[in-house]
Ligand binder design. Structure first.
Ligand SMILES: *Cc1c(COP(=O)(O)O)cnc(C)c1O
Length: 424
């Protein structure tokens, strides 16, 4: 079932009052559910020597949420200067921070270095010589190419822009060692929203085999392997959740076998975003229009600026009408936002309880890659974010954007260039 049952039971009785108080639309997140998932993740890997989740900040970059992750003992996987800064603001330091970027600029390297001791995860061989100062501990993102299949969101590894290819991975580490690296980690991320735990176990096996091959040539053990994010959640009602205990057992056996052969095991790192927060968020929006032309359209007060996944990937998000009984009338509808883009739809030809103007529609599983993916096309402003605390209170954790925010980038000192080159 999409959206944790517990969250649903906590939210439904309050949602009308919350909507009246704060106004719609808003994303609301569930602190208790996030903490439960965090503990389940730690429990699944409790028998490893070292396990650490580095929450993928891009999934839900809100300080109130990151503070919960920090309390759980998690680090932060950052891919931009803003994400590094956000993580630092809630107190993350040194190896609490992992910097995994693609197509990295010099400014980003400098920011990662300035964050002091953050773990640098390099995406290409040529970057080894562009890092202004090689840290002692270095990690590369590995792309195995055609030997592994990926999935729809991330694409085939062979066609994906990420990571170091098989023939360049050893040269990459050797070159990093020449530049002063002495400690090593290995990272990969091949899939997104994967529900099959066996795939992640295969990925772990692939990394451990690579470590066994690289380690003797570098003359050093690997301190960690990082299997990336990509753990899936059931967006569709008939999907089974990922079998986390089986994932933990499978990976545990591989690492145990590694220890028997080599006397030590690397730490296991993970960078889940979606799995940690996806099911613990809901976009609450109000129906404002009902239109019948060739199809029936329910217009709501949120648009794809608040949740891009359906438009971007054709992703399914479960929809629920607050207060709708099980046996009431139903209607086949498209649920749409207001953008001048025909793909601004939260549901297409979906049978839902008949929606009247004023009804609250809950769009499930928006706790990851929801608000954070938003944009301002058509001058649409980003929604507010709320947090349902463990004690039952509701807190505003981000206000909605204002027109003043939107126009802020139009305020600047004049800057006119009359080029001296070119035709006059
Ligand atoms: C996006 C991303 C993640 C998180 O992915 P999820 O599907 O949310 O788990 C982790 N690591 C990297 C490098 C990413 O780009």
């Amino acid at each position: 079932m999409p959206m944790g049952d517990g969250f649903r039971q906590r939210l439904l009785p309050l949602v009308a009052e919350v909507a009246d108080h704060y106004g719609t639309p808003f994303h609301i997140y569930d602190e208790r559910g996030i903490r439960e998932t965090g503990r389940a993740l730690q429990q699944a890997f409790a028998n490893l020597e070292v396990f650490r989740e580095y929450y993928a900040v891009k999934a839900l970059p809100n300080p109130a949420i990151l503070a919960i992750m920090r309390e759980l003992g998690f680090g932060f996987d950052c891919s931009s200067i803003a994400e590094l800064e956000l993580s630092r603001r809630i107190g993350a330091r040194g190896d609490d921070l992992m910097f995994t970027s693609n197509n990295t600029s010099r400014e980003e390297f400098l920011a990662a270095a300035a964050a002091g001791g953050s773990i640098l995860n390099l995406d290409d061989l040529t970057l080894v010589d562009k890092v202004p100062e090689m840290p002692e501990l270095i990690c590369f993102r590995y792309n195995p190419g055609a030997v592994r299949t990926g999935n729809d969101i991330i694409g085939k590894p062979e066609e994906a822009k990420y990571g170091v290819s098989r023939d360049q991975i050893l040269p990459a580490y050797l070159r990093a060692r020449e530049r002063g690296a002495r400690r090593f980690g290995l990272h990969t991320m091949l899939v997104s929203n994967e529900l099959n735990h066996a795939y992640m176990i295969d990925t772990t096996r692939m990394l451990l085999e690579l470590v066994e091959w690289l380690s003797p040539q570098l003359g050093a053990p690997f301190e960690f392997i990082n299997i990336g994010g990509g753990l899936g959640i059931p967006y569709q009602p008939d999907q089974q959740p990922l079998d986390l205990p089986a994932l933990g057992r499978g990976i545990g056996e591989l690492l145990e076998r590694f220890r028997r052969r080599h006397g030590t095991m690397p730490a296991l790192f993970m960078e889940s975003g979606r799995f940690m927060t996806g099911p613990h968020g809901v976009l609450v929006t109000r129906a404002i229009n009902h239109k019948e032309i060739y199809r029936t359209y329910v217009g709501v007060d949120a648009c794809m600026a608040a949740l891009m996944r359906p438009a971007l990937y054709g992703a399914y998000h479960h929809l629920e009408v607050a207060g709708a009984g099980k046996d009431g009338p139903e209607e086949l509808v498209d649920v749409v936002g207001s953008l001048c883009e025909n793909n601004d739809k939260f549901a297409i030809q979906r049978l839902l309880p008949k929606i009247e103007d004023g009804d609250l529609v809950l769009i499930h599983d928006t706790g990851a890659h929801g608000h954070s993916m938003g944009f301002n096309y058509n001058g649409r402003l980003r929604t507010k974010e709320l947090l349902l605390r463990c004690d039952g209170s509701v807190e505003l954790i981000r206000r909605e954007e204002t027109l003043a925010d939107h126009f802020a980038t139009l305020e600047f000192p004049p800057d006119l260039l009359r080029p001296t080159a070119g035709v006059r």
